[in-house]
Design a protein around this ligand. Structure first.
Ligand code: PLP
Length: 447
C-alpha cells in the first residue's frame, strides 16, 4: 500500500483558498516556498521511493494509520501540489492526478461503477473515451448505455437500479456541444448517483462544472492545463458534493469494510470529499499503476500558471476564426456555440459567459462521398495549423475526427456525435489570429 489522499494541512502545504482570485490560485496554490532548499518554484521530486525514519513509521504508513508518501506510484510532493492546485481552480475539495486523461476517466469510472455497476454516458464524447466505455469497461462487466446528452428523457430512461454514474463532457470534443450540466446533474441526483463530467475542453478558466451540480470533474491535463503539448497527465477533482453515506448499501466500496486494510471503512476514516481520492489512490492507481511521473506533474504545473491568459486569447481568436469561416464559400457549417444560430448558443451564454472554448469544428461543402480527399488537400495546404492528435496546445492544430480520434466509431455513432466525413476539427493556439485566418483561407482556396 502506498500513500492515499492526505489532507493538505497534514502535508504542510498551503490549503487551497477560493477567496484568492483564479490567476493567483493558478500560480501559487499547493506550494509554500521554504522547503529544505527554499526553492521558489515547486521542485521535481524525481525519486521512486521515500525513506522511512523507522520500521514503525513504515508500518503506520502502510496501514493508513499515518498520512505520508511511501512510493511514487501513488504520490509525490510535486504531484500533490498539482492536485491541490487543480482542486482549487475547480472549487473542489480533493483531486487525484494520474498518467493521462484516459487514466483519469478510467480510474474514476472504476471507482464508482467497478462493482457490477452500470454507466449512462453521452453520445457526444472523445473517441478514446468511447473505446474505453464500450470495449474495455464492457470486458470488465461494466455495461454502458449511450444517450443523446440533450435528451433529458433519454437520460432518465437509461437509468437502472445498477446505474452508478452519469458521464458527459461539459463541452464535447469535437463538435462543441454544450452540456446542460444542471439538468443532467438533477437527473443524476434524483436517481441517487453522481454526475461525472470531462471538462478538458471547457477548462476551469471558462467553466467550473461543480458550480452547476457536477460531482466529479475530470481533465486530460495533457491539453489546456499544460498548454505546451509536452506531457501527458490527467486529473479528477472531487467537488465534495456527493454523499456516498446517504445510501450505504449502494456504495460498499466507501461504506463497507476494505479488506486489505483490516476492514477499515473509507467513509468513516476520510469522509465526504476525501474518501473517493483515498479509494482511487489506494486501490486503482496502486493496483493498476497509471501513475503520473513527478516530471510530468511539474511540466503541467508550469502550464497551469498561464492557463487563464492562454485560454482567454485562444477563446477570442477562435470566435474570430469561427465567424470568418461561417462566411466562407467552402464551408457548409461551423460548429461553434459562440455563433448565433448554433443549437448550443443559449447554453453557451448560460454556462460560458467568459468565452467559448477554442476547440471547434467546421464541415467542408460537398457530399460525403468525395470529401475525404478534399479534407486531405486542405490539411496539406495548411502552413501554421499542424496535423496532430491533440488539442489545447499553444500551437494551432487540425484534425479529421472521422479518420483519427473518432475513427473507431460506427457511422451511426459518429452521426449521433454530430461528426460527418466533412468535419474538420480545429484547436486554436496563441498565434496571431490574422495569421490563422490567412492560413485557413489559403488552404481552403487552394484545395
Ligand atoms: N478527454 C478528452 C475530452 C480528450 O480530448 C482526451 C484526449 O484527446 C482525453 C480525455 C484523453 O486524454 P489523454 O490523451 O491525456 O489520455
Amino acid at each position: 500500500m502506498t500513500d492515499v489522499a492526505v489532507p493538505p494541512r497534514e502535508r504542510g502545504f498551503a490549503t487551497p483558498s477560493i477567496e484568492r482570485g483564479f490567476a493567483t490560485t493558478q500560480v501559487h496554490t499547493g506550494f509554500t516556498p521554504g522547503t529544505t532548499w527554499s526553492t521558489a518554484v515547486p521542485p521535481i521530486h524525481q525519486t521512486a521511493a521515500y525513506e522511512f525514519s523507522s520500521l514503525q513509521e513504515a508500518a503506520d504508513l502502510f496501514a493508513l494509520r499515518k498520512a505520508g508518501i511511501i512510493y511514487s506510484r501513488n504520490a509525490s510532493p510535486t504531484q500533490q501540489v498539482l492536485e491541490e492546485r487543480v482542486a482549487a481552480l475547480e472549487g473542489g475539495v480533493s483531486a487525484v492526478a494520474v498518467a493521462s486523461g484516459q487514466a483519469a476517466v478510467a480510474v474514476t469510472l472504476l471507482a464508482l461503477a467497478g462493482r457490477g455497476g452500470h454507466i449512462v454516458a453521452a453520445d457526444q464524447l472523445y473517441g478514446g473515451t468511447v473505446d474505453l466505455l464500450q470495449d474495455t469497461l464492457d470486458d470488465f462487466g461494466i455495461p454502458v448505455t449511450f444517450v443523446d446528452q440533450d435528451d433529458a428523457d433519454a437520460w432518465r430512461a437509461a437509468i437502472t437500479p445498477q446505474t452508478r454514474v452519469l458521464f458527459a463532457e461539459t463541452v464535447a470534443n469535437p463538435i462543441a456541444q454544450v452540456l446542460d450540466i444542471r439538468l443532467v446533474a438533477d437527473i443524476a441526483h434524483e436517481a441517487g448517483v453522481p454526475l461525472v463530467v470531462d471538462s478538458t475542453v471547457g477548462t476551469p478558466a471558462l467553466i467550473r462544472p461543480g458550480e452547476h451540480g457536477a460531482d466529479f470533474v475530470v481533465h486530460s491535463a495533457t491539453k489546456f492545463l499544460s498548454g505546451h503539448g509536452t506531457s501527458l497527465g490527467g486529473v479528477v477533482v472531487d467537488q465534495g458534493t456527493f454523499d456516498f453515506g446517504a445510501e450505504p448499501g449502494r456504495w460498499p466500496q466507501f461504506t463497507g469494510p476494505y479488506r486489505r486494510f483490516g476492514d477499515l471503512v473509507l467513509w468513516d476514516r476520510f469522509g465526504q470529499g476525501q474518501a473517493f481520492a483515498a479509494l482511487v489512490k489506494s486501490k486503482y492507481v496502486h493496483d493498476l499503476g497509471p501513475s503520473l511521473s513527478p516530471f510530468n506533474a511539474w511540466q503541467i504545473l508550469q502550464g497551469i500558471e498561464t492557463l487563464d491568459l492562454r485560454v482567454a486569447r485562444q477563446s477570442a481568436s477562435a470566435l474570430t476564426i469561427a465567424r470568418h469561416l461561417a462566411q466562407h464559400p467552402s464551408v457548409a457549417r461551423v460548429h461553434h456555440p459562440g455563433l448565433a444560430g448554433n443549437p448550443w448558443h443559449d447554453l453557451a451564454q448560460r454556462y460560458l459567459p467568459n468565452g467559448v472554448p477554442s476547440v471547434f469544428s467546421f464541415d467542408l461543402v460537398g457530399s460525403e462521398s468525395d470529401v475525404t480527399a478534399r479534407v486531405a488537400r486542405v490539411i496539406e495546404e495548411l502552413r501554421i495549423f499542424r496535423l496532430v492528435a491533440n488539442l489545447g496546445d499553444a500551437r494551432s492544430l487540425v484534425a479529421h475526427p472521422a479518420s483519427m480520434t473518432h475513427s473507431h466509431l460506427t457511422a451511426t455513432q459518429r452521426a449521433a456525435a454530430g461528426i460527418s466525413l466533412n468535419t474538420v476539427r480545429l484547436s486554436i493556439g496563441i498565434e496571431d489570429p490574422a495569421d490563422l485566418v490567412a492560413d485557413l483561407d489559403h488552404a481552403l482556396t487552394r484545395s
